[in-house]
Design a protein around this ligand. Sequence first.
Ligand code: ADP
Ligand code: ZN
Ligand code: ZN
Length: 731
Amino acid sequence: MLIAHVALAVPLPKLFDYLIPEVLANQITVGTRIKVPFGQRYDIGIVVNIDTTTEFDINKLKAVSEVIDHTSLFPDKLWQLLLWAVDYYHYPIGEVLFHALPVLLRQGKPARFSSTTQWQLSAKGKLFNDDDLSRWPRQRQLFKLLQQNTDDDLIQAASFSRSIYQKLQERQLIEQVELPYYPKSWQAETACNDSPLSLNDEQQQVIAVIQPLLTQFNVCLLDGVTGSGKTEVYLHTLASILAKGQQALVFVPEIGLTPQTIARFKTRFNAPIDILHSGLNDKERLQVYLRSKNGENAIVIGTRSALFTPFKQLGLIIVDEEHDTSYKQQEGWRYHARDLAIVRAKLDNIPIILGSATPSLESLYNAKIGKYHHLTLTKRAGNAAFAEQSIIDIKGLPLKSGLSLPLIQRIKTHLDCQQQVLLFLNRRGFAPVLICHDCGWIAECPRCDRPFTYHQQQQKLNCHHCDTPRSIPPQCPKCGSTHLQAIGFGTEQVEQQLKQLFPDIPISRIDRDSTAKKGALSDYLTQINQGQAHILVGTQILAKGHHFPNVTLVGIIDVDGALFASDFRATERFAQLYIQVAGRAGREQKSGEVILQTHHPEHPLLKVLLEQGYPTFATQALIERQATLLPPFSYQIVIRAADKNNQAAPKFLAHVSDWLKQYSDDASLWIFGPATANQPKRAGYYRWQLLLQHPNRRKFQSIIKELCLAMTQWSEMHTIRWSIDVDPIEM
Ligand code: ADP
Ligand code: ZN
Ligand code: ZN
């Protein structure tokens, strides 16, 4: 009797066994979806294994009830990648496999293109003279288009209403026919259009190094300053991959932010490019998935989850802005798309390029020890020069919503020359605190014990930790006073201040609030790129890969918080953010200027960054990490737990810690905690964590595997919220 070992989309780290009825025996293979009875209902499962053994009583096993796919949904190497990830991230197999599928496939929809229907002339229609339709011009127009076998897209573009079709159908002049789906192919020979730019010397050298590395697995770290022409290097490399008829996968941190980059891709290639962005509906997502699987597209550009796209013949992976933290999923299955992309490239034996102006310390370290090929671009492409950088010491200076007088003057100078100014502040809303002036009461989120942020425009309070909205109290709930005051400032307040200072200048505020509406961001970008004097105020959204040709002044309003954060990665984050934001200045002919306001102009981090730049910062930071044995010189895993009574979570983690002590004898496994999380309470849950560190990844992994196995027997596992975060990037 054959038995299928099946993954179900449930949070349990195990497979479920089902009998395979004789009639289905030669239809079921590994990697296909089937329907199985589960509890009171039927559920969709993915077959992981087929053999004749089971640990359960074979007489009690239920049978597979239906087969959905006839071949595996997962190309071989993608399947291996997912199984590898299940092990590495210690995450339930069913959840990993289902996560990797488009929503419609998770729901059991067929994994193929549905046939489409098309209108055509009926037998009667073919003999019909369109003059007889002269009284109904729209009907006549549609009839003529169909008569001439006009291209579908053109007919679509003319947007005839349904009723026009219906009327012609009632006259029995047209009819609908089913068309089977024909995959469309593209031509490798003509896939690439000529480049409008000739490569500069550095770009040529980099391409010369990359070319011979393209035939097999190689990791290239393209370490190029902002505006050095990394995108141009990607395009050249992609051209040679496409010329071989292979496909490519390109990761970007956020699609909405890179319309110019995407436009560059689309004009360069004469082959289908699919963009996986959040605006796609489930059906469109499935279509991209299927096109890639069939080899119908040449390039897929997407964010983190594009990792799971199957390809017919993947030839190259590119991860742009490889340092970006959005590549790490921060809830549920906490995978790192860059890291898994490297594993994928290795399994597929294809090259992968990681690009950044501010590479992560992990990648720089791997380049240093020779695991990655380190390619550098040190000059700005074209004629752009580097921006002039300076600091304004704001100690004791009067500030208007965070803006000092010297900064305001520089803003004015740049605007007077019809140039644009970008002001960066990583805090949205009007003010981070609302306080009672008479008794000191603070409006605090009861679920997080943190102050609400005051949003003036929407006239409400919002918790930036759990996203709970509140209306603004008319008076202090403690003393009844109506003197409620906003303390501190966010982007909304800076925007308001600027409107007063520069009433004639258009101002765009770009943060999560102002760009929540679909299309809002691209409207802003269009406005900004028209090039008159303009001020942009925004959060880190602005730092991500934009090209604002007319911005000549970048002002960084407040960095002091970031200089003194407790997380050891905070300095790396800050350095990356600073360099990226500064890199928005003077990207074309006009030279740029970066001004940073701080109370701590002597801070060593600022000195290194401003005087010596990112590479020196990174070298020093790596030396520090080595001295303190922090990643990448060791590996970390965080086990988190949360509860509502502040008892079960620390108790559970203490249990974990006790269990692990059997492995900490040789002093290689370090256990820190249990301790409260950086943010000890969120959305009503008290949060605790146990930080583990080990110098040997393999040994570490096997210990955690043992732990996970042991934990399945613990009774408290089912009553507590807990998670494992492998290679955490946030504490
Ligand atoms: P990066 O991706 O490194 O930030 P880009 O590839 O976007 O840099 O290039 C920055 C700017 O320089 C763009 O406007 C681009 O068109 C231009 N550029 C890139 N390479 C060249 C080149 N070889 N000659 C002239 N201009 C170039
Ligand atoms: Zn009060
Ligand atoms: Zn909250």
